[in-house]
Design a protein around this ligand. Structure first.
Ligand code: IP8
Length: 254
């Protein structure tokens, strides 16, 4: 069983609201097809982070004006999810959408509980569950954002996948901001070295922690699964990794 996150920076253009990269998703789905059924998580990209930031949703419920933002984010991430579901199903992956709003609760902005029973039933039936970053209820601050990265942590611990793969728009995790000259890709990161790595360049409108947050999630996953970050914009890289070939990317080890 494989667990794959289609990062928001891969499936959307994060600089332009509601910009879906249909061609990229079609290509990634064709690379995933031979390995289905599998568990898929996707980020929100420019369908979620723009309104989430504008209405301060990650900081919790403070005023009724935010409710419009909550509803809009919910609608837009479902729109993104449905576009992905259509491509998956049209291309032979029997995927079922499991929106986190219905099955998880946050506490102070972190995932507190996820009902994994529907995921198990879906997998046991031979179907591929698909979930995504969402705006959810929060037992401390009313509501907050459940990043797809938190869902990756919970699902990796529950299912212990053979490989857990984060797809990003960069080759992996760098020793500093990859936009800086001299930045070096870190092919293997041990959990104890991870503090200094993962300096993000994608702070642009990302309400859920950027690259440093992703690395923290990978460190949590490493005891349960082989965990990788690779570039989802480079054709063939995902298929090669799933096929067990050596690829450019970062692997986090316990
Ligand atoms: O893109 C964020 O999920 P992520 C979800 O996986 C929202 O961090 C609604 C901004």
């Amino acid at each position: 069983m494989y667990l794959v996150k289609l990062g928001g920076s891969v499936i959307t253009d994060k600089a332009r609201p509601l910009s879906f990269r249909e061609d990229v998703v079609r290509r990634l789905v064709s690379e995933l097809k031979p390995f289905s059924p599998l568990i898929i998580v996707h980020g929100a990209g420019s369908f979620g982070h723009v309104y989430a930031k504008e209405y301060g949703l990650a900081d919790g419920f403070k005023s009724s004006e935010q409710l419009e933002g909550f509803a809009r984010v919910q609608r837009d991430v479902r729109d993104l999810n449905m576009r992905i579901m259509n491509i998956l199903i049209e291309n032979g992956i029997n995927a079922v959408s499991l929106p986190p709003f219905a099955s998880c609760e946050n506490s102070d902005g972190r995932l507190k509980s996820l009902d994994t029973a529907p995921f198990h039933r879906t997998v046991d039936m031979g179907l591929s569950p698909v979930t995504f970053g969402d705006a959810v209820f929060d037992d401390k601050i009313g509501f907050s954002i459940c990043s797809g990265d938190y869902l990756m942590e919970a699902l990796a611990e529950e299912f212990r996948p053979e490989k857990t793969i984060f797809l990003s728009d960069v080759d992996g995790i760098y020793d500093r901001n990859p936009a800086e000259t001299g930045a070096e890709l870190l092919p293997v990161i041990s959990s104890s070295d991870s503090v200094s790595a993962g300096k993000s360049r994608d702070g642009v409108s990302d309400v859920t922690g950027g690259m440093a947050g992703k690395l923290a999630s990978m460190v949590k996953i490493a005891p349960f699964s082989e965990v990788w970050m690779i570039n989802g914009l480079v054709p063939g890289r995902l298929a090669n990794l799933l096929n067990g070939e050596t690829v450019i990317g970062s692997k986090v080890i316990p």
